[in-house]
Design a protein. Structure first.
Length: 183
């Protein structure tokens, strides 16, 4: 079983693409609007005054104001951040990468993917999609389709690309899941 897992990791590593480019806001918006995103793609993005974490729906007005963000799903992630007048855009995932990004996949040589989880704010009080943070009262709605645990938590699954010493060299958001509340 361990050998099969290592074979899958090597195969995944050969297929995964790391691509990047600095581009204008107009070019970036064109990529988001025209690329064929999977149905399960999530958007996490931030402007100076707003944030969104939801299923991906193209919203030019919002996206044109973002300082940073991510579109992610289990097979890949496109992330960006504003650097002065340009956006630095990076794709890490299965092909095809959105054009016109430059391929830097050689940087993944010798690295292996592994998954970990980060718990998000809030605990579910019942099985509705409402997560409450008690210390600084706030309600969160996460883009989660399941309702397994009445006192559950939400977690972001992160895929790290680690070197032989186990140090992450690249990371991407993979998915969001529901986990038990640990009661």
């Amino acid at each position: 079983m361990a050998e099969r897992h290592r074979h899958l990791q090597r195969t995944e590593a050969r297929m995964t693409r790391l691509c990047a480019a600095d581009m204008t806001s107009a070019d970036f918006l064109s990529i988001i609007e025209s690329h064929a995103w999977p149905e399960d793609a999530l958007l996490m993005a931030f402007t100076p005054t707003m944030s969104r974490f939801e299923r991906l729906v193209f919203d030019r007005a919002f996206l044109s104001q973002t300082e940073e963000g991510r579109v992610f799903w289990p097979a890949g992630e496109l992330k960006w951040r504003r650097i002065q007048e340009l956006l630095r855009v990076v794709y890490l995932g299965a092909p095809p990468a959105p054009p016109p990004l430059t391929d830097f996949s050689e940087e993944l040589k010798g690295l292996s993917p592994c998954l970990r989880q980060y718990l998000l704010w809030g605990v579910r009080t019942d099985t509705r999609n409402e997560w409450l943070e008690q210390q600084v009262p706030h309600r969160f709605s996460y883009p989660i389709e399941t309702a397994k645990f009445s006192r559950g938590r939400a977690a972001i699954v992160v895929e790290d690309w680690t070197d032989k010493a186990g140090i992450p060299r690249f990371s991407r958001y993979h998915s969001i899941i529901e986990v038990t509340g640990g009661e």
